[in-house]
Design a protein around this ligand. Structure first.
Ligand SMILES: [Zn+2]
Ligand SMILES: [Zn+2]
Length: 347
């Protein structure tokens, strides 16, 4: 019986006759409940829901677990830590977690089944950045690549990350010069740390973040980074020096915190989604992302060179079509592939 895989609120792998089921990045507790083990690629909550669940054995990097705790204030349970680039045996199946970029401690997972070698990327970035390495290409031949497709659409425009960072820096400096506090909405796990590291390097400016971002920053520093920031929730108003302070807010924050209200300020947002949406309530929107863009995803698929590609998340059909056209590789969204198995076949 070949190894079967499908998407069912997580990437599920079934091995017969042992009846072994593994799940990667389950999105509900129920999806993971019948499985023998869960594997978590990284700490973002759409991938890491299995962590606080006692009944499920979870495999992940230690950093992903620490970041999850910083992010959610929940404890991870029943978790076995894996080392990147080392083989880990999960219920008799050899696996290897390899760097994914994207976020500190994020991994792609290679599964070595008897009949198939499968690589699941989780979320990836393929650019070398200040806080993350580029996504690794598996050393071994991969039969099946299951790749993320968050920005897998050809017409989404991303300028180079270096250029985007430079325009963020310019916007910050110009506002400081006008005595306005630059206020930036940004994803507090991943993008915030990369932009803090960049601004720390480039500009003498005091960066203020909320408590949650601050907890995440601490984990980055425990792992050898040297981020410099302050918390705005413990700030006396008199401390804010408008000529050299910058405030980071969570990406979805609409209201500004009270301490900012007496000051002149200017707002921008940093998100890859700015390549799709106008964000007209902000003065500027920067499409800077810790996800690979379409071309970078294609380059990664080409470098891995699998027999077949399955796409997942975001623009899965679009990316599959581009892979078929440009790379001449069979590709389809994994969410369609499940239609090919009957329930009896799977269970
Ligand atoms: Zn992610
Ligand atoms: Zn994701």
């Amino acid at each position: 019986m070949p190894t079967l895989f499908k998407y069912d609120k997580g990437v599920k792998f079934l091995k017969k006759p042992e009846n072994l089921t593994l799940i990667a990045d389950p999105t509900t507790v129920k999806a993971a409940a019948d499985c023998d083990a869960a594997l978590v690629t990284h700490a973002h909550t759409d991938h890491s829901l299995a962590f606080p669940n006692e009944s499920i054995k979870v495999y992940s990097t230690e950093i992903a677990s620490k970041l999850f705790e910083g992010l959610t204030a929940k404890k991870t349970k029943n978790t076995e830590f894996v080392n990147l680039n080392k083989t880990t045996n999960v219920n008799g199946i050899e696996t290897k977690f390899i760097p994914a970029g994207h976020l500190l401690g994020a991994a792609q997972i290679v599964f070595y089944f008897d009949d198939l070698t499968i690589c699941y990327t989780g979320d990836i970035s393929t650019d070398e950045m200040l806080t993350v390495p580029r996504a690794a290409v598996p050393e071994d031949d991969v039969d099946i690549l299951i790749t993320e497709a968050t920005y897998g659409k050809g017409d989404l425009f991303f300028d180079s990350r270096e250029r985007l960072k430079a325009s963020i820096l310019k916007w910050v400096a110009e506002n400081l010069q006008k005595n306005k506090v630059p206020v930036v909405n940004i994803g507090h796990l991943g993008p915030a740390q990369e932009i803090i590291a960049y601004l720390n390097k480039m500009l003498s400016v005091d960066i203020y973040c909320d408590n949650r971002t601050s907890e995440i920053n601490k984990v980055y520093n425990e792992e050898g980074h040297n981020l410099q920031w302050n918390r705005f929730d413990i700030l006396n108003d008199s401390e804010l020096k408008t000529e050299r302070s910058l405030v980071l807010l969570p990406r979805a924050a609409k209201e500004i915190p009270d301490f900012l209200k007496p000051h002149k300020f200017s707002r921008s947002i940093i998100t890859g989604q700015a390549s799709r949406f106008a964000y007209s309530s902000f003065e500027q929107a920067f499409p800077f992302s810790m996800h690979a863009n379409c071309n970078e995803l294609l380059e990664h698929v080409k470098a891995v060179n699998p027999q077949k590609v399955y796409t997942l998340y975001g623009f899965d059909s679009e990316l599959a079509a581009i892979i078929r056209q440009r790379l001449k590789l069979p590709a389809q969204p994994i969410k369609l592939s499940k239609k090919r198995l009957t329930l009896e076949e799977f269970f």
